[in-house]
Design a protein around this ligand. Structure first.
Ligand code: FAD
Length: 405
C-alpha cells in the first residue's frame, strides 16, 4: 500500500473533491481520507450558479448532469404577503443562469466517484486522528475501516473536513463568531402538491420579526427539503416531542398554502445548533483549510457549497503553485476568500436586521440594482465591477435609506 503522497485531503465533501481534482489536474498525487461511507446525508441542498463555473472548469459537470437533479433558476423570498423573485437570467454578472437543487448524498457521491476516476486514492471509513505538520513533510494518522491506526505522509495537507473541523480543533484555530446562537430543524417531505413554478425556485419566508425563516427546496424526485432557521431557543422548542412544533408549523405555514399539510415526511426532523464558526487563520506550515473548515455564517443565501467549492479550488491553486516552487504568499488566499465571505456577511446581516427586507419588498428598487443584487445571490461575490459586491455593506444600507425616505 502506498503511504506517501503529494497531498492528503481530509474529507470528501465538495471542498475536498474540488481541491483534489484541481491538484490532480496540476499533476499531483492525492490521497483523500473520508470518515464516512458514501452516500451519506449532509444538509446544504440548494446550489448557486457560480459553483457551475468550477464544476465546468474541472470537467465535473457531466457527472452532476447525469444525476438529473432539480433545475434551479432563481430564488424567491417572502415576507408577510409580499413576494420578491430573483431570476438568475436577469443577473448583472455574465455567468451561469441556472444551477441545481440536490440531495447532497447523491451530489457528493457523484463528485467523489468522479474524483476517484480521475486518479485520487479515496478511502472511506478513514477517520483522521492526528496531523503533525512540518516544513517539508506532513504526518497523518488515521483509523481505517478495520479500526487499525495507519500512518501516511505527504508534502501538504488540505483540510476539507467541514463540520468535522479537524485542523481548527487540533491546532486550536477556532474563534467564536459575534452572531446570536442560531439553529435549524429540517426534514424531507413529499412535495407532490407543488406547482411547476414552485419546483424551479428555492422558497424562503421570513417570520417572527425577521428572527426566523422557513425554506423549501424542491428535489427532482417529487420530494423537498423543508426547514426552519431561528434562535437556538426557538429551534429547541420546535424540536420537542419528536419535532411536533416543527411539523405543525410546516403544515400550517400561511405562505405555503397547505403544500406540506398531511404529507409523508422521509425522516424524523433533525436539528443543528450553533453552526456559525470561524478560525484565526486559514493556513499554516504544511496545511491549508477550505470549505466549512474555514468559516460558516448562515444558510439563508445558500452560499455554503459554493464557498466550499470556490475555496477548494482557490486553496488547491495556491498549494499547487507553492509545491511547484513559485514564490507564493498564502495570505493572498486568506484575503481573496475573506472578500467573498465578507460580501455574504453583509447580506446575512442585512437579512436579519431588516435592511434586505426593505430592499427586496420595495417597488422603488430599480432593475439595475436588482440585477446587481441578483449576482450576489448567484454567488458571484468576487466580481468587483458590481457595486453591490465592491461596496457591499454601504451599497445595501444606502439603498435601504433611500427607499425609506
Ligand atoms: C441548516 C443549514 C442549511 C444549509 N443549507 C445550505 C444550502 O441550501 N446550500 C448550500 O450551499 N449550503 C448550505 N448549508 C451549508 C453546507 O452544509 C456546507 O457549507 C457544506 O456542506 C460545506 O461543504 P464542505 O465540503 O466544506 O464540508 P462537508 O460537506 O461537511 O464535508 C466534509 C467531509 O469531511 C468528513 N470528515 C469530517 N471529519 C473527518 C475526519 N476526522 N477524518 C476524515 N474525514 C472527516 C465528513 O465526513 C464529510 O464528509 C447549510 C448549512 C446548514 C447548517
Amino acid at each position: 500500500m502506498k503511504n506517501d503522497f503529494d497531498i492528503i485531503v481530509i474529507g470528501a465533501g465538495p471542498a475536498g473533491t474540488i481541491a483534489s481534482c484541481k491538484l490532480m489536474k496540476e499533476g499531483f498525487t492525492v490521497k483523500i481520507l473520508e470518515k464516512m461511507e458514501f452516500p451519506r446525508f449532509v444538509i446544504g441542498e440548494s446550489l448557486l450558479p457560480h459553483s457551475m463555473d468550477y464544476l465546468d472548469e474541472l470537467d465535473l459537470l457531466k457527472c452532476i448532469e447525469d444525476q438529473k437533479f432539480q433545475l434551479k433558476t432563481g430564488a424567491c423570498f417572502y415576507h408577510n404577503e409580499q413576494r420578491c423573485d430573483f431570476l438568475f437570467k436577469d443577473q448583472y454578472t455574465k455567468g451561469w443562469d441556472y444551477t441545481y437543487q440536490v440531495k447532497r448524498a447523491d451530489f457528493d457521491n457523484a463528485l467523489a466517484k468522479e474524483t476517484e476516476k480521475k486518479g485520487a486514492d479515496l478511502e472511506f471509513n478513514a477517520e483522521v486522528l492526528l496531523v503533525e505538520n512540518g516544513p517539508a513533510q506532513q504526518k497523518v494518522k488515521y483509523l481505517n475501516a478495520q479500526k487499525e491506526e495507519i500512518n501516511i505522509t505527504s508534502r501538504f495537507v488540505v483540510d476539507a473536513s467541514g463540520y468535522g473541523r479537524v485542523l481548527p480543533r487540533m491546532f486550536d484555530l477556532e474563534v467564536k463568531v459575534p452572531t446570536p446562537p442560531r439553529g435549524a430543524i429540517f426534514s424531507h417531505f413529499d412535495d407532490s402538491k407543488r406547482t411547476e413554478e414552485d419546483g424551479r425556485n428555492i422558497f424562503i419566508h421570513a417570520f417572527n420579526n425577521n428572527t426566523c425563516w422557513i425554506w423549501s427546496i424542491p428535489f427532482s424526485d417529487g420530494s423537498a427539503s423543508v426547514g426552519i432557521v431561528g434562535d437556538a431557543s426557538n429551534i429547541t422548542h420546535y424540536a420537542e416531542n419528536d419535532g411536533a412544533g416543527f411539523k405543525k408549523m410546516v403544515a400550517d405555514f400561511p405562505g405555503l398554502s397547505g403544500r406540506y399539510d398531511n404529507v409523508e415526511y422521509k425522516f424524523e426532523p433533525r436539528v443543528i445548533l450553533n453552526y456559525a464558526v470561524s478560525v484565526k487563520q486559514l493556513y499554516g506550515e504544511g496545511y491549508i483549510l477550505c470549505g466549512n473548515s474555514t468559516e460558516f455564517l448562515d444558510p439563508v443565501f445558500s452560499s455554503g457549497v459554493t464557498l466550499a467549492i470556490s475555496s477548494g479550488y482557490k486553496a488547491a491553486t495556491i498549494v499547487s503553485e507553492h509545491l511547484k516552487g513559485e514564490n507564493v504568499n498564502f495570505e493572498d488566499y486568506s484575503i481573496e476568500l475573506k472578500k467573498g465571505i465578507d460580501v455574504f456577511r453583509s447580506y446575512v446581516n442585512g437579512w436579519y436586521n431588516g435592511t434586505l427586507q426593505t430592499i427586496f419588498f420595495s417597488d422603488k428598487t430599480n432593475e439595475v440594482m436588482k440585477s446587481q443584487i441578483c449576482s450576489v445571490l448567484a454567488g458571484y461575490v468576487w466580481d468587483e465591477t458590481n457595486p453591490f459586491v465592491k461596496k457591499h455593506e454601504k451599497a445595501l444600507s444606502t439603498l435601504a435609506k433611500i427607499i425609506e425616505m
